[in-house]
Design a protein around this ligand. Structure first.
Ligand SMILES: Nc1ncnc2c1ncn2[C@@H]1O[C@H](COP(=O)(O)OP(=O)(O)OP(=O)(O)O)[C@@H](O)[C@H]1O
Length: 287
């Protein structure tokens, strides 16, 4: 894909990453370009490397090899306030399950600095300002996270499956808001999700990762073509992604064929502690 350097916002060059020297690479030689104003969907099976790529782009960890440039600088080495990363972890933090009011929480991250944007987000995410964080549902807590994360106008937004617990209306409204952010402010968004229905016309480009490598990468118009007609009423995007992941599974083979341990190997290894688990389950089920 060709883009002039002025148009480029996020750029990786032969990026590789492993969580530890003795572990296989979680990303292999990933080179991608995300132009300003683009909306990229990261597609891949569980464990394909989507979160790893997003965390590297956010500067949360350092690459083993290759280069990352976000808005002209390396996000790990230079703090870049224009990058916002929103992941699933936030809602599991005990702090946001405490008895605290939503207004205080939103104010704590600068809610008063952008009053218009704040009010727009509160309306769009349908947040009730009387909510208290210990007494909201998972989806309501997620809406508060999104509101807090989006209050400051971002240049690059990295979303790691933070829409999974939103109802369809909230998800639709959020994605329309984000589309407008890319169109009106030229912001760049990279979004990893497993939910493909209802977003067929949202991404401008797709990156399909399998076992840490790029398999497909390009404009959605080239990757999701009209020759794929869903027989089941699914979106074409869903049908394409389903097909890709089926191919990935075939390519990978069964788990047992990858020199992974068998059940018996592992059980023998764990022999010392296995009663701890069985005892735990017996107790928890009243056996
Ligand atoms: N903390 C970790 N330590 C070691 N390996 C890890 C760690 N986190 C992830 N991995 C491995 O890195 C690979 C990529 O994981 P990653 O979380 O990026 O996948 P993903 O595409 O985001 O998956 P999912 O769709 O399940 O969120 C996987 O093989 C996974 O087992």
């Amino acid at each position: 894909m060709s883009s002039s350097s002025n148009d480029l916002c996020v750029h990786t060059d032969h990026l590789s990453y492993s969580f530890a020297p003795n572990l296989p690479l979680s990303l292999h030689d990933v080179s991608v370009k995300f132009p300003k104003g683009s909306r990229t969907l990261l597609v891949g099976a569980n464990g394909a490397g989507k979160s790893t790529l997003l965390k590297l782009l956010a500067g949360k960890t350092i690459a083993n090899a290759g280069k990352i440039t976000v808005n002209g600088s390396d996000p790990f080495r230079e703090t870049n306030s224009g990058i916002i990363y929103l992941g699933t972890e936030w809602v599991t933090n005990p702090v946001v399950h405490r008895d605290m009011d939503v207004v205080r929480l939103i104010a704590s991250i600068g809610g008063d600095l952008y009053p218009e944007r704040r009010d727009k987000l509160i309306k769009m995410l349908d947040i009730d300002l009387r909510w208290r964080m210990h007494a909201v549902s998972d989806g309501e807590r997620r809406r508060v996270q999104l509101c807090m994360g989006l209050i400051r106008p971002f240049e690059v937004l990295l979303l790691d499956e933070v829409t999974v617990d939103l109802d369809v209306l909230a998800r639709y409204s959020l994605l329309e808001f984000l589309r407008e952010e890319t169109q009106s402010r030229n912001a760049t968004i990279v979004y990893a999700t497993h939910i493909f229905d209802g977003i067929g016309d949202w991404p401008t480009q797709l990156v399909h990762l399998s076992l840490g490598r790029i398999v497909h990468y390009g404009p959605i118009s080239e990757l999701v073509d009209s020759s794929i007609v869903s027989q089941k009423g699914n979106s074409r995007l869903l049908e394409v992604c389903l097909y890709w992941l089926q191919q990935d599974r075939k390519l990978r083979g069964d788990r047992g064929q990858e020199n992974r341990a068998t059940w018996d190997d592992v059980k023998e290894h764990l022999n010392v502690g296995i009663n701890v688990f069985t005892d735990y389950f017996k107790r928890s089920r009243g056996l």
